[in-house]
Design a protein around this ligand. Structure first.
Ligand code: SF4
Ligand code: SF4
Length: 169
């Protein structure tokens, strides 16, 4: 089986047109990869992902797991000598991936939590205790404590089709 990657000549331009105007500014110095905490523990290489985007390797990028390994910490953006909007570009490509039916299972889980309680991360018992010790209510005055706000929020999620994008609530 051939491992030759077929570039899509329109892909880089579609990323630029969607808002990633700085994609072409990358000159492959690798500072982003050296700054990336995710890359220290995984095979994810920021520089390589940006290069693939420049080359139009859409079919390599969109179904890939590496596209979802960025934690959006912005360390790379702060250090990039060319002011490439690396995180924006990654998010743009994630949006494209989702439209094609690709999303990491972990991100789907976060989406399901959002639909269920209106927060991406549920409050832990420790956090609740801390709030009470500070004289606050156990839960913040958000969708967690307001069933009507949660119902309204869930209606918005359904209207936008977000629940379907993550494979159902
Ligand atoms: S730090 Fe900036 S210029 Fe250097 S490889 Fe990364 S994106 Fe490209
Ligand atoms: S924003 Fe993403 S790609 Fe950049 S350093 Fe952080 S985890 Fe790595």
């Amino acid at each position: 089986m051939s491992n030759v990657k077929i570039p899509d000549p329109d892909f880089a331009q579609s990323v630029i047109d969607a808002g990633g105007k700085t994609l072409d500014l990358c000159y492959q110095c690798g500072t982003c990869t050296g700054s990336c905490p995710s890359g220290r523990t995984t095979a994810f290489r920021t520089r390589q992902l940006i290069r693939k985007a420049q080359l139009g390797l859409k079919d390599d990028i969109l179904p890939s797991e590496e596209l979802w390994m960025c934690t959006t910490c912005y360390s790379c953006v702060e250090r990039c000598p060319r002011d490439v909007d690396i995180v924006d570009i990654i998010i743009l490509m994630r949006n494209m991936a989702v439209q094609k039916g690709y999303m990491s299972e972990d991100h789907k889980k976060v989406g399901r939590s959002l639909i269920k309680i209106g927060h991406t991360v549920p409050a832990s018992d420790k956090l609740k205790q801390l709030r009470v010790s500070m004289g606050l209510s156990e839960n913040p005055p958000t969708t967690i404590a307001d069933p009507k706000a949660l119902a309204d929020f869930q209606k918005i999620m359904a209207k936008t089709g977000f629940d379907k994008l993550i494979g159902g609530a």
